[in-house]
Design a binder for this molecule. Structure first.
Ligand code: NAP
Ligand code: ZN
Ligand code: ZN
Length: 351
């Protein structure tokens, strides 16, 4: 075992603070990564504060990890020492069920489902998995991603969750040129959704509750921006969307967005709020055969596809770099929708 420094929450009520953890010795198929940057996802905050009711402490969050490979196991073929590598939301799965065989490890049907990068039972140590708010991580190369060399590295970190969580549904629902696509919420996920949907050729409309984000929305690639609190602006778009991706992290009225879908349109929810949304109107859905759907991150192969797509299109996240000791303050700002548009921790600040 090798010591690593980290930041952890010891309970739902306590702020994050320094914590020493152990990383396993590198096995045949493992790579050890010295972490350079880790993005801050709203899921980190939901977990740290036990808003989903499944947190086990201590929690070392972080699943938007990029760094440099410092050690490889004897059977590793994908990486050499010194190369860049990334780890996203998963570090393992059963690898044998139908979902895993299809490359959809996030929907693993094995008895333990997939192993989350943090806050899952760790098969190797018998303890818990610990995430990327840490100096290093050890992961199986099968769940480790190659990083395009042409992109600014700190802005790549958020692609590992915010990027794939928006790319996967946009691809699954076949968003393309000629489609009118809505993105709801301009936070970490939302700003990646805007960039990726625009790169796929769609006509992109951003919905925000923050009038102060209108100009940024356009700069990031939205063709139109709608302040969703304004009923007149909303009704001007009634019955017109092929697809809407809803990234909002809090419970809200879904009907106002469902009413904007065309016949046969779909709104996919990726935001995972602490409290349920009010039940949507059935009439609103049946009269135009509309669908409400959900989507969870993306598989390993699709995450690599997304990274390569971002490399080709020059897409990274717009970030605000923080030191690890600013993390608790960053969480407070995230709760006020005051993120432009992803906090990324400079892991050098851990030393
Ligand atoms: P974030 O950076 O905090 O962004 C969320 C955005 O939602 C805010 O910036 C804000 O945008 C909007 N918003 C917040 N509160 C709102 C409210 N009360 N009413 C309306 N809009 C509100 O969060 P994130 O990291 O993008 O994560 C978003 C959600 O996705 C979280 O629940 C997270 O856990 C979840 N998530 C899910 C998956 C998955 O696989 N499905 C993966 C990662 C994250 P405006 O200011 O523009 O309104
Ligand atoms: Zn995330
Ligand atoms: Zn499986």
């Amino acid at each position: 075992m090798v010591k690593a420094s980290s930041y952890a929450a010891q309970s739902a009520e306590s702020p994050l603070g320094p914590f020493e953890i152990q990383r396993r010795d590198v096995k045949e198929h493992d790579v050890r990564i010295d972490i350079l940057y880790c993005g801050v996802c709203h899921s980190d905050l939901h977990t740290v504060r036990n808003e989903w009711g499944n947190a086990v402490y201590p929690v070392v969050p972080g699943h938007e990890i990029v760094g440099r490979v410092s050690e490889v196991g004897s059977q590793v073929t994908k990486f050499k020492v010194g190369q860049l590598a990334g780890v996203g939301c998963m570090v393992d799965s059963c690898r044998t069920c139908a979902a895993c065989k299809e490359g959809l490890e996030q929907y693993c049907e094995g008895p333990e489902s997939f192993t989350q990068t943090y806050n899952s039972p760790d098969k190797h140590t018998g303890g818990l998995t610990f995430g990327g708010y840490s100096s290093s991580i050890v992961a199986d190369e099968a769940f480790t991603l190659r990083i395009p060399e042409n992109l600014e590295l700190a802005g790549v970190a958020p692609l590992l969750c915010a990027g794939i969580t928006t790319y996967s549904p946009l691809r699954h629902w076949n968003v393309q040129k000629g489609h009118k696509v809505g993105i709801v919420g301009l936070g970490g996920l939302g700003h990646m959704g805007v960039k990726i949907a625009a790169a796929l050729g769609a006509h992109v409309v951003l919905f925000t509750t923050s009038p102060g984000k209108i100009e940024d929305g356009k700069r990031l690639g939205a063709h139109e921006v709608v302040v969703s609190k304004d009923p007149d602006q909303m009704s001007a778009h009634a019955n017109s969307f092929d697809f809407i991706l809803n990234t909002v992290a809090a419970s809200h009225d879904l009907d106002q967005f469902v009413a904007l879908l065309k016949r046969d349109g779909t709104m996919t929810l990726v935001g995972a709020p602490e409290h349920p949304h009010p039940s949507p109107s059935v009439m609103n859905m049946i009269f135009k055969r509309r669908s409400l759907a959900g989507s969870l991150i993306g598989g390993v192969a699709e995450t690599q596809e997304m990274l390569d797509f971002c490399g080709k299109h020059g897409i990274t996240s717009d970030i605000e770099m923080i030191r690890i000791d600013q993390i608790n303050e960053a969480y407070e700002r995230m709760l006020k929708s005051d993120v432009k548009y992803r906090f990324v921790i400079d892991m050098a600040s851990l030393n």
